[in-house]
Design a protein around this ligand. Structure first.
Ligand SMILES: [Zn+2]
Length: 446
């Protein structure tokens, strides 16, 4: 039925002016006419029917996605965490829809940012298949030491320079290209992309995704989070707990100190108490410490103090921000009460507040999880690798997902001027992802 497949291809290729759901409706209705399948009765049913239609016609879809070219496009979109990632996400959505994927942009009105979920392959009544996940935001690129424009992917021979090249737009480009390559392949299980916002400022997009994902909707359990691990498979990382101590005083002219009360002075004993807690934590060895030989304990950092407004004013407020790096297997309840006790022991409860600001959970993936054993098998890794930075993977654990970190590039050069991505790792990661997708979405390894 060439005329049918042509129509379908055309519909899939063109994004209807009325939006994607509109074109889905058209495709699904078309399919109904040719195959006596009930027409879509609602807008939500249309994508499902269109999916059936799509899996029926494995027609060639538009030109393949060139990952290197896409990477250049992604780097050119400044998606520093303090900006909206909407332009970048819409660009990706267009590329993926043109390639034949179903794309959802989960909009957060609070932040003006979006998560992107894309999908190809059949609807299955299980959690089989594979998710490729990465964050769309980057850290700022304001360092004066950049040798090239950080938002222009620059060819440096064996590497590409650019902000986000390794952390982690390189992986996003590989994942999108892999979807494009498999859109016309008969899959037995879905291949999904899950791209988040605001990972760099506390995995906020991942948390919003977990909060809003419907419990009854299937998502493949196995996830690759493409952080730059230098092509190692990582199954553990620490978490980050952020606490805040707020001290209240009474402001006054410093010439009349008896009329005010300093909020800064009492902070001194709190800092001492926090230093003692830091030393105590450093002497402890919680579970899984052996996987973090460099820092085998909970690291506590008093990262920021803000207080006062001028030298001649008694300060009425002082805020102390404290970060703690929890080990895999630990929970907030293991640490936060100790911070609270340490602060309360030396402060006035009427003028001091302690709050938990945010938590990015640690990652602890079982080494027998199929995503771990498959990836390790592909690269010949036998040992456990851990990293001391956080990622969305710890948060995805809330949905019962099994996440392994694996990606090209090094965290050593991320978050720095002249961030780069080695081309050979980019190429190698492309091949490994291809084999992995075959295992999980064609052979149906769960
Ligand atoms: Zn990252």
């Amino acid at each position: 039925m060439p005329e049918v497949s042509e129509t379908v291809s055309r519909l899939l290729a063109g994004r209807a002016a009325s939006g994607f759901v509109g074109s889905e409706l058209l495709i699904a209705s078309h399919f109904h006419h040719r195959h006596s399948i009930a027409p879509p009765t609602s807008r939500t049913e249309a994508p499902r029917l269109a999916e059936r239609c799509r899996s029926h016609y494995r027609d060639p879809v538009p030109a393949p996605i060139d990952p290197a070219r896409l990477l250049a496009d992604l780097v050119a979109h400044d998606s520093t965490s303090n900006r909206s990632n909407l332009p970048l996400a819409e660009h990706l959505a267009g590329v993926l829809e043109d390639a034949g994927a179903t794309v959802d942009l989960g909009y957060s009105s609070a932040s003006g940012k979006v998560n992107l979920v894309a999908r190809i392959g059949p609807d299955v009544d299980s959690d089989s298949g594979l998710v490729l996940s990465g964050h769309m935001d980057t850290v700022p690129a304001e360092e004066p030491d950049w040798n090239s424009n950080p938002f222009t992917l620059t060819d440096g021979g064996d590497r590409w320079f650019g902000r986000g090249s390794c952390d982690m737009k390189g992986f996003l480009a590989l994942a999108a290209a892999a979807v494009g390559r498999h859109a016309s392949v008969e899959l037995t299980a879905p291949l999904c992309l899950l791209f988040t916002y605001d990972e760099e400022v506390g995995c906020l997009g991942a948390a919003a995704f977990c909060d809003s994902w419907p419990q009854d909707r299937h998502l493949p359990r196995s996830v690759v989070v493409g952080e730059p691990t230098e092509m190692k498979v990582v199954r553990m990382h620490k978490g980050h707990l952020r606490a805040r101590v707020v001290l209240r005083g009474v402001s006054a002219h410093s010439g009349y100190p008896h009329r005010g009360r300093s909020a800064i002075e009492p902070a001194a004993s709190i800092l001492t108490a926090l230093r003692e807690l830091r030393e105590e934590l450093e002497s402890e060895r919680p579970g899984n410490h052996e996987f973090f030989p460099e820092v085998p304990y909970v690291a506590l950092n008093v990262g920021r103090i803000r207080g006062g407004s001028a030298i001649n004013v008694i300060p009425d407020s002082c805020v102390i921000d404290v970060g703690l790096r929890l080990l895999p297997g630990m929970e907030v309840a293991d640490c936060m009460p100790r911070v609270t006790r340490a602060v309360e022991a030396v402060s006035d409860p009427d003028t001091t507040e302690i709050e938990l600001v945010h938590e990015s959970p640690p990652l602890l993936l079982d080494d027998r999880a199929s995503i771990h054993s498959s990836l390790c098998g592909l690269i010949g890794q036998t040992e456990t690798h851990s990293v001391s930075y956080g990622s969305d993977a710890g948060t995805f654990d809330r949905l019962g997902l099994e996440c392994a970190l694996f990606g090209p590039g090094s965290i050593e050069v991320a978050h720095r001027p002249n961030e780069f991505l080695p081309k050979d790792e980019f190429q190698r990661a492309d091949e490994i992802l291809d084999t992995l997708i075959h295992q999980f979405c064609v052979e149906g390894r769960a």
